[in-house]
Design a protein around this ligand. Structure first.
Ligand code: G3P
Ligand code: MG
Length: 343
């Protein structure tokens, strides 16, 4: 009976915890598995001493793809099923903006994938930079525009419509063109090409960025510049050209709105796994980037674990944003230590 009580007590404790995973630099590098990631998910999916699932969600600043296909791709790489119900990309919460803006410029990402993302989110009239170049190639004087790009673009007369907002969904594949087009729109009268606003602030359309990471770990030995670096470039250009500060909204980690959204996802995932939608008392965030995963998790009261498989390459702990639960060699070591502490 005593043994049964002990097991029952452990199950109760296990049901009061959840994990939040960063993806790039924790579970994968690009499309390459970080080996400990596979075992980590097996354990949380029930291959543990209690034989129960431990809820976990994925909170990535990654972007540029539809949630469904990205989950399928990650399920293959990690050899564990990942559901869209436990998955948040940087632009996932931006779905709500479709209720507010009819015509949007969507920037970033591979080919036309971000157009598809915006369509799925419910935006009605979607414009991508290539549509604008196909309409007027002189807008981007150094851009080489291929026949294939022309054939797949959707030019319209942009001198006759207003663009209501700019959404940077993912990393720009062509800084020069994208920055030129964004600067044109930010200086226009209410988002109309071919106009210049008399007042740069009151007639300016809003701009949203899906995340603010300066750096992203990739196959390259040193992390590469990401959306945050692109945004800082734009802000500096805007200030130099207009004298005004660029107001903007940033989503993704470590922004508060993203953590609030994550709470909703954790609660509904708790309901699916444990039939109880209460938020667990112990939430552990596992991340590799002190400036997004760790600072955000710390501010939100989560236990934070910093791993050495991604952006962080420092000593005992990060000096500016130390992980509250500690620094670990990899994700497996982090979850094993957390489970040992809680259960
Ligand atoms: O910064 C770009 C992005 O790829 C980072 O993704 O999963 O580390 O938040 P993640
Ligand atoms: Mg990361």
């Amino acid at each position: 009976a005593q043994l049964q009580d002990l097991a029952g007590d452990k199950v109760t404790k296990a049901k009061d915890m959840a994990f939040v995973f960063d993806i790039d630099g924790v579970l994968v590098h690009g499309d390459r598995l970080i080996p400990e990631g596979k075992r980590t998910l097996e354990i949380l999916n029930g291959d543990n001493e209690l034989g129960i699932k431990i809820p976990h969600i994925f909170l990535t600043n990654g972007s540029g793809k539809l949630e469904g296909p990205r989950c399928e791709q990650l399920s293959k790489i990690l050899h564990s099923p990942i559901s869209t119900d436990q998955f948040i990309q940087s632009h996932t919460p931006m779905r709500a903006l479709a209720d507010y803006y009819e015509t949007v410029l969507v920037v970033g990402g591979e080919g036309y994938k971000c157009r598809e993302v915006a369509q799925e989110y419910g935006f009605k009239n979607i414009v991508v930079p290539n549509d604008i170049i196909a309409w007027d190639p002189t807008i981007a004087p150094y851009r080489v525009f291929t026949d294939e790009e022309r054939a797949t673009s959707n030019p319209r007369d942009f001198s006759k419509m207003n663009i209501d907002a700019i959404m940077v969904f993912s990393d720009s594949r062509d800084y020069a063109t994208d920055m030129q087009i964004i600067m044109d729109l930010l200086q226009s009268e209410n988002g109309r090409f071919g106009t210049r606003a008399k007042d740069p602030v009151s007639q300016r359309i809003p701009i949203y960025f899906s995340q603010g990471d300066l750096l992203c770990p990739t196959e390259h030995p040193f992390p590469r510049m990401s959306q945050g670096a692109f945004r800082i470039g734009l802000e500096a250009m805007y200030k130099a050209l207009t004298g005004a500060d660029l107001e903007r909204v940033v989503y993704g980690k470590p922004e508060l709105a993203t953590y609030k959204y994550a709470d909703e996802v954790i609660a509904s995932w708790m309901e699916q796994i444990h039939n109880d939608e209460r938020l667990p008392s112990n939430i552990y965030m596992i991340g590799d980037n002190p400036a997004s995963d760790i600072i955000g998790g710390n501010m939100y009261g989560w236990n934070t674990c910093l791993v050495r498989t991604g952006v962080f390459q420092g000593g005992d702990n990060d000096e500016n944003n130390p992980a509250s639960f500690g620094v670990f060699k990899n994700v497996l070591e982090a979850i094993q230590t957390a489970i040992k502490k809680e259960i």
